[in-house]
Design a protein around this ligand. Structure first.
Ligand code: FMN
Ligand code: FE2
Ligand code: FE2
Length: 393
């Protein structure tokens, strides 16, 4: 897409990437992803971040179109991850006098990537850079989600250039602003939970720092620009970084031959019969862990069931549990069940996960041997009742 004016001399340059299958070679991109960067064409000119190298052949010509022969005075680096720093080398080559604004951490990474140490303006919290009409203020937001991550605030237009924060998966498809887009909450939550969520306590610290800023427009480096209702996206982040959840039950199962799945469906039905309506069941072998993570970030109660596998839980369930332990999601309730044909292992290892993650267990765990007949399923009626009773409290 060609640069598009956001307001007085402020442009977005956004590249839609529909080719990449896996973001960070890990997270599926069914709707692609967009890399955004921003340009301010004031008395002094400034580029805020760049895009992934190779995502477009036209990046430099977009910049030229805005500059129309003028020099680029400043490159502001809010985040060094290669999906935003990819074009830095080309910028430095074309505009060798450009001054680069970043913090101390930024410059360490800049040197390690591009071996570049000149024309640096080291900024800290509250540092101001005047471009003429626009005045930029910097807010360091360490570990949201890299050590050098920071945001830039335009005091003239009250724009927050928020780097990865408030970003989302998904290409823009011509829809740049929140008032133009059919906003997809689930893809933004999947982005938050998998990319930023591990650092939720640092997101909270960033919120504290931003408290006194009046924010009219939020410009993230992925996803739409929030100009109509920035409060909406701020509220999502407040909720997610506080580990708030909605009522409902997420049931995740791992099953090779269908026994554990049959139990999961039985539990789901019983919970619904007990008047808890918001129930969702996933097969962890079928649904990519990034979606499971995103669902875990919204459901208050999580039920995990695994068959036994060589004395362990099923490896696909292990992946989910490992991710959860890494991301340290908090304030969830848990219920566990397992299946096996000899000495078990599924439930035993789910119990270890429960100890590690520290979530409260709200039902007595159940493990059955062999296939679930009516007698064995009856054990899960009690299990489901404990879960429903807890949810209705
Ligand atoms: C490769 C493999 C390894 C297994 N390892 C164990 C085990 O260590 N302990 C156990 O009790 N059952 C073990 N089982 C049996 C299954 O856990 C058991 O049949 C269970 O009911 C399968 O549930 P599912 O139908 O949901 O896959 C294993 C089965 C397979 C195929
Ligand atoms: Fe990033
Ligand atoms: Fe990014």
């Amino acid at each position: 897409m060609k640069p598009i004016l956001i307001c007085d001399d402020v442009y977005i340059i956004s590249v839609n990437d529909r080719r990449k299958h896996l973001f960070e070679n890990m997270w599926p991109l069914p709707y692609g992803v967009a890399y955004n960067c921003y340009m301010i064409d004031d008395e002094k000119t400034a580029l805020l971040d760049t895009v992934e190298l190779g995502s477009t052949n036209n990046f430099m010509s977009y910049i030229d179109n805005i500059l129309k022969g003028r020099q680029l005075d400043y490159l502001i680096i809010n985040h060094m991850e290669p999906d935003h720093s990819g074009e830095i080398q080309n910028i430095i080559t074309k505009y060798p006098n450009v001054k680069i604004a970043g913090n101390r951490q930024t410059f360490k990474i800049l040197q390690s990537y591009f071996n570049y140490t000149e024309n640096l303006i080291e900024v800290t919290d509250g540092y101001e850079l005047n471009l003429g009409r626009h005045n930029l203020k910097f807010v360091t937001t360490p570990m949201v989600h890299w050590p050098e991550s920071m945001m830039t605030y335009d005091t003239e237009n009250q724009i927050l250039f928020s780097q990865d924060a408030f970003g989302s998966f998904g290409t823009l498809d011509g829809k740049i602003f929140d008032d133009e887009a059919d906003f997809c909450e689930s893809e933004m939550r999947r982005y938050y939970s998998n990319i930023v969520g591990k650092h939720s306590p640092m997101v909270q610290k960033a919120f504290d720092k931003l408290q006194n800023f009046k924010i009219k427009i939020i410009c993230p480096v992925h996803g739409i620009v929030w100009r109509k209702n920035p409060a909406e996206v701020l509220e999502y982040y407040r909720k997610w970084s506080n580990y708030e959840s909605k009522a409902g039950v997420l049931i995740l199962f791992a099953s090779m031959y269908g026994n554990t799945e049959q139990i999961a469906d039985h539990i789901a039905r019983k919970i619904v019969e007990n008047d808890v309506k918001n129930v969702r069941v996933y097969d962890v072998s079928k649904t990519h862990v990034s979606y499971l993570m995103s669902e875990a970030w919204q459901y208050g109660t999580i039920v995990l069931g695994s068959c036994s596998y060589n004395g362990e839980m099923h490896p696909m369930m292990e992946i989910f549990c490992r991710e959860m332990e890494h991301y340290k999601l908090k304030n969830r309730n848990l219920a566990l069940f397992g299946t096996g044909s000899w000495s078990g292992g599924g439930l035993r290892n789910l119990q270890k996960f429960a100890e590690n993650i520290g979530w409260e267990q709200i039902a007595e765990p159940v493990e059955i041997k062999g296939m679930p007949d009516n007698n064995k399923l009856a054990e899960f009626d009690i299990f489901a009742k404990s879960i429903s009773d807890y949810c209705k409290k």
